[in-house]
Every structure is written in structure tokens, then in C-alpha cells.
Design a protein around this ligand. Structure first.
Ligand SMILES: Cc1ncc(COP(=O)(O)O)c(C=O)c1O
Length: 376
């Protein structure tokens, strides 16, 4: 069995977790501060704020700025991107994607901008940055906030700059991401005021953390200045994040090597391999192909052979029941819908061995000929 993804955890993470458990400080604490410093330096932003998920980061990015109106995003994404807009009190407005990269098509953004538009949420799909030059130009021209959903692109670059450093960056450390803490997220920004607001909202609207108060020896003073949440990451998970971040570049390099190997050998008429854009450094959080055969038969055929193939994402967000109730219909976003019905995710993680990559390739070949021979 070759699963879709396996987290890259070794002795170093175990040692760090043991150190935290033995320290007795298991909730949000000093490891969070260290991970925040390390991550901000890695991404190239002034602030990085640990959170319990990327969904929380996206929601707080909107709420902390008091945004109220429409936010433009692709529908070809995980539903959390749009959900965060709704839970933050704004309205998601979907724009179609570019067929090759599967990222939001900048040429289709301006036609959706009106007086109610307050922001753009580019989603860096599967490990590749959106066309950030075009998106930042549009945002500047129309005075819009940019919130990057970089859940799937930790370490990805556009024009030599890391994703999450263009607008407000939102990252996920969920189990299958480029680095993981099991559950977890991060928000990055250069804006001091926004960072302060996010930190406050993260911990019940209280402007200092328990760890800060403990260090100052006045742990009993807890003043809520906002009705906040508990969106904190624990010290235990932050400790895992510190080790994972140190390994991130190496893990991403492995992913890139595996993708290059697969790209060269998945040379079949019925398959389109992923496209890396000129200005981008793709970090292949997922390795996705488009197939011209019956997608369900293809995925099930691979799974029967022990290849953990899957689909990301179908249905696209606008065709989920909740979003259809907002008025979206089939046919509204033709490129998104075409990609959604043909996309397939193959296993991708740093530890994949050459023999396993070869097994994936030969299984794809076998299943393709099987499905093609049964097609009318
Ligand atoms: C594009 C995108 N946005 C948001 C999320 C949500 O991340 P989290 O599970 O950390 O809330 C995910 C995770 O799968 C994602 O892929």
C-alpha cells in the first residue's frame, strides 16, 4: 500500500515533545514564541502568529481588520477558504481558474469587483503560488486587502518571494501539509496593528498570553478588550513545528525531485501532468494530474492496486449545497468545473522511495489501459 501522504516525523520531533511534556508547560507557551520567530524569518515577514488552524488564520485575517463586504476567491479550493469568509461575516464571490495551474485566473478578477468588494483571497493550489504580480496590481488599483490562503504552499515561491509575504499569509500545518503539527496554523503579516489584533482575538480577547503574564509575575491580570476566541496552538504542537520547519526546505526538495521523476514518466495520452509556472517554485503539497478517462474508474482502479489516489477538489466550493443556496449553479465557472471533474491526486510525500514511484507509474499505466479498454 502506498498511501496518499505520510507525515515526516522522526526522533527529533519525539525528543522535542518529550522535552515539552517534561517541562510541565503544555498549553500555549515558549515554543510558540520560538516557532513564531523562526517562521516569520523563514517567510520574510515581521510577524508570524501561531494558531490552531489555517481556517482560524483566514477568519481572523478578515475579522481583525473589520472587513465587511465581498471577498473574491477561487471555487477550486477546500471549502475552508470560503467558510472562513462566511464565518467572518463577509460574502464569498467566486472567480474561475486558469486551466494549467488550477489557480485563480487574474484576468477574470476585475469583472467581479464592485463597490462592495473589500478583498481578494488567492489560494495557492497544491503547492504552487498564484500569479501574485497581477493580483497585487489589481488589489492596489482597487484598494483591496489580499489574504493569501497558503495552506497548501508552505515554502513555495513567486519571483523568489515566499507565498504568505505578499498579503496577509495564512498557513495550515494539518497532517498532509508541507510541514505538520497534526492540527495547526499560522498567520503572517508586516502590519504591527493587525498582528496585535490577531494575537488578542486568538486568546479570548485578552491582550497578553498566559506565558507573558507568567514571565511578568502578574498572571492574575486578564483584561479582555475584545470578545475573542480560543484559537491557540499548544506548546506541544509548536515544539513539533519548530523541528518540522528546520526540515521544510529539505522535505520540499524531495517533493520536487519526486514530481520531476513522475513528470518524466507519466507520459500517457490520457494524462496531463502538473504545470510549473515560469515565476514559481512549486512545492507539490499534492501531486495532481488531469485524466481524460472515466475519473471514478481510474481512482478506484488505483486504490484496488494499493495506490492511495484521491481527488482534490470535487465538488468545487460553489457546487456545495450551502453555496448553491447562495445562488451559484452548475455552469457558472466552466474551467473550475472541467478541472474538478478530471483532477486526480497521486501519493506525494518526501519519504517516497524510487521503487514506490515506479509502482505508482506502472499502476497508472495498467489502470489506464484497463479503463480505456472498457470505455465504449
Ligand atoms: C486551501 C486550503 N485552505 C484552508 C485549509 C484549512 O486548513 P486547516 O485544516 O488548517 O484549517 C486547507 C486544508 O486542507 C486548504 O487546503
Amino acid at each position: 500500500m502506498i498511501p496518499l501522504c505520510v507525515p515526516n516525523i522522526d526522533e527529533k520531533e519525539m525528543e522535542m515533545v518529550r522535552e515539552v511534556l517534561e517541562s510541565g508547560w503544555v498549553a500555549h507557551g515558549p515554543k510558540n514564541e520560538q516557532l513564531e520567530r523562526d517562521f516569520a524569518e523563514y517567510i520574510g515577514t515581521k510577524h508570524a502568529i501561531t494558531l490552531n488552524s489555517c481556517t482560524s488564520a483566514l477568519q481572523l485575517a478578515i475579522q481583525a481588520q473589520g472587513l465587511n463586504g465581498e471577498i473574491i476567491l477561487p471555487s477550486f479550493t477546500f471549502v475552508a477558504s470560503a467558510n472562513s469568509i462566511v464565518t467572518a461575516g463577509c460574502k464569498p464571490v467566486f472567480v474561475d481558474i486558469d486551466y494549467d495551474t488550477c489557480n485563480i485566473d487574474p484576468s477574470k478578477i476585475e469583472e467581479k469587483i464592485n463597490d462592495d468588494t473589500v478583498g481578494i483571497m488567492p489560494v495557492h493550489y497544491a503547492g504552487q503560488s498564484c500569479e501574485m504580480d497581477d493580483i497585487m496590481d489589481i488589489a492596489e488599483k482597487h484598494h483591496l486587502v489580499v489574504i493569501e490562503d497558503s495552506a497548501e504552499a508552505i515554502g513555495a515561491e513567486y519571483g523568489g518571494k515566499k507565498t504568505g509575504s505578499f498579503g496577509i499569509g495564512c498557513f495550515s500545518f494539518w497532517a498532509t501539509k508541507n510541514m505538520t503539527t497534526g492540527e495547526g496554523g499560522m498567520l503572517t503579516t508586516d502590519d504591527d496593528g493587525l498582528a496585535e489584533q490577531v494575537r488578542t482575538l486568538r486568546g479570548h480577547g485578552i491582550s497578553s498570553t498566559t506565558w507573558q503574564r507568567y514571565k511578568e509575575r502578574r498572571p492574575w491580570i486578564r483584561e479582555a478588550i475584545l470578545p475573542g476566541y480560543n484559537y491557540r496552538m499548544s506548546n506541544i504542537l509548536a515544539a513539533i513545528g519548530i523541528v518540522q520547519l528546520k526540515k521544510l526546505d529539505e522535505m520540499n526538495e524531495q517533493r520536487r525531485k519526486h514530481a520531476e521523476y513522475l513528470n518524466k514518466r507519466l507520459d500517457f495520452e490520457a494524462i496531463e501532468i502538473p504545470v510549473e509556472s515560469k515565476k514559481c517554485k512549486h512545492v507539490y503539497q499534492m501531486y495532481t494530474i488531469k485524466v481524460k478517462v472515466d475519473r471514478a474508474k481510474f481512482v478506484l482502479g488505483l486504490r484496488e492496486k494499493g495506490i492511495g489516489a484521491s481527488v482534490h477538489f470535487d465538488p468545487p466550493v460553489h457546487l456545495n449545497p450551502y453555496y448553491m443556496n447562495l445562488g451559484y449553479r452548475k455552469g457558472d465557472l466552466p474551467v473550475t468545473e472541467k478541472v474538478s471533474s478530471s483532477i486526480v491526486t497521486l501519493p506525494m510525500y518526501p519519504q517516497l522511495r524510487r521503487e514506490e514511484l515506479d509502482t505508482i507509474i506502472s499502476s497508472v499505466e495498467d489502470v489506464l489501459s484497463d479503463v480505456e479498454s472498457k470505455d465504449p
